[in-house]
Design a protein around this ligand. Structure first.
Ligand code: SF4
Length: 449
């Protein structure tokens, strides 16, 4: 099969994996080497000025001996198949990199023959890139559950980031939906990587020179809407993963109904708004000191009309209104409309003089939301006498007009605009992103290899 044909099939097959962003690695260029993981390596991500920077996101093969019902590459599905030889992918990556089409590689694969056989071939690719080609760009590799520990470790020596996708939020679903996989097999490499990263950090503290081991950490992906798992269940799983395996990110992927498998739900479109709410809640876990249990019980789902922080506040109105001039930093973070930056600004400013209504606006708080939950020097500026039902009506977002308020607050506070690692795409952006992915490959091919 022609190389171009393989690229067409295997780049297309890789597109449903969202856990491929690349920040976190800071290795810079070396003399005589090629590439720089610090400068780029982000998988089709948008910068604040709208530029798209790219990662070659591709499967080594879409042949697979497994039969995961949600996956278009499952053995029982009738799709075009292709496989790269390791050397082909090395040449392809270097060719694209030298032509400035990509800044790094995201490598995944179906399972051929066995997990060990697949992992060995994938390692051969990234090892050759690092050692023979002296490729110094970003590499993210998928680990194959069931592969031997020594191979998992070896992959970690050449990759910037590794990931094992959990995919299904509930353990019970594995048996029917993905019979050859189970949760224990998936968590094993995750645990090993977490342990090895800690050991590597410790070594670094003691030794002057030590080799890198997965410098950008590990991530995973959960599918939203392919099984009946509630948002509460998903969030609680994410919390456990962050705590137990020090994951950099849990990515959430709205189930795209590409599979006609009888076990999969018949959705008219991917549940993108639900995915968006879960991402917002994930931010609350990681940056706003919320716990999963505070936001939802395991069986509950998020309200699609308000962001999770507002939903929490409306269910806890006894804690409000909070006096903006006295409340602690932890509680400031819990007020809807106040983000990380505005909370810090409030703390700094009120040391000098009491915060005023206009002053609060200037600090970046979303006052139209915050005013229902606060007092400013004893005065309440909300209109609904703290009645949650009326506040809900006033500030709920229309489902088809997803507001990015919470993310605006966080992005602004962390200076994260434009990094895929730290943002969630609107429906429109997702479509644009898919189109751009296609255009990049098309343009790359038109430029010749
Ligand atoms: S193992 Fe991976 S590639 Fe194979 S069917 Fe399952 S999800 Fe798809």
């Amino acid at each position: 099969m022609e190389l171009l044909e393989k690229i067409r099939i295997l780049a297309d097959s890789a597109k449903y994996d969202v856990s491929c962003s690349s920040s976190g690695s800071s290795r810079s260029a070396v003399p005589g080497g090629v590439g720089n993981a610090a400068a780029a390596g982000i998988c089709h991500s948008f910068t604040s000025d709208g530029r798209c920077i790219s990662l070659l996101k591709i499967l080594m093969t879409n042949y697979c001996i497994y039969d995961c019902a949600y996956c278009q590459n499952r053995i029982s599905n009738d799709v075009e198949r292709a496989a790269f030889e390791p050397e082909e992918l090395v040449q392809l990556t270097m060719g694209f990199y030298r032509r400035n089409y990509i800044e790094g590689l995201f490598l995944s694969s179906g399972v051929i023959m066995s997990p060990d056989h697949t992992m060995e071939r994938m390692i051969r690719i990234i090892k050759t890139l690092r050692q023979r080609e002296r490729f110094n760009g970003y590499i993210h590799i998928k680990l194959i559950p069931g592969a031997s520990p020594h191979l998992i470790h070896e992959a970690g020596l050449y990759a910037d980031r590794v990931s094992v996708n959990i995919e299904l939020p509930e353990e019970e679903s594995y048996k029917s939906i993905t019979p050859q996989k189970n949760r224990i097999e998936i968590l094993k490499p995750m645990k090993q990587i977490a342990t090895n990263i800690l050991a590597n950090n410790e070594e670094r503290r003691i030794l002057h020179r030590t080799e890198d081991f997965v410098p950008a950490g590990q991530s995973t992906q959960l599918i939203i809407g392919a099984t009946p798992a509630s948002d509460g269940k998903i969030l609680s799983l994410s919390q456990n993963l962050y705590q137990s395996f020090q994951l950099k990110r849990v990515y959430y992927s709205a189930y795209v109904p590409v599979s006609t498998h009888a076990l999969m739900p018949k959705l008219s479109h991917p549940p993108l708004l639900r995915e968006h709410r879960i991402y917002q809640a994930d931010w609350l876990l990681r940056f706003y000191r919320f716990s999963a249990e505070e936001l939802l019980s395991e069986g509950e789902n998020f309200d699609m009309n308000v962001d999770p922080k507002t939903q929490w506040a409306l269910s806890n109105m006894a804690l409000f209104p909070m006096e903006i001039n006295r409340v602690s930093y932890e509680m400031l973070l819990r007020i809807p409309g106040i983000g990380l930056t505005s909370a810090k600004r409030i703390l700094r400013a009120r040391k000098l003089s009491p915060i005023t209504y206009d002053g609060l606006k200037k600090m970046g708080a979303v006052i139209s939301r915050a005013k229902h939950f606060i007092l400013i020097s004893g005065k309440y500026y909300g209109n609904f006498s703290l009645r949650p039902d009326l506040i809900y009506e006033a500030i709920s977002e229309k489902k088809d007009q997803i507001q990015m308020n919470l993310f605006g607050e966080i992005d602004e506070s962390l200076g994260l605009h434009g990094s895929e690692e730290n943002r969630v795409f609107t429906d429109k952006e997702k479509i644009k992103k898919l189109l751009l992915e296609k255009t990049i490959i098309k343009n790359s091919l038109a430029g010749g290899l």
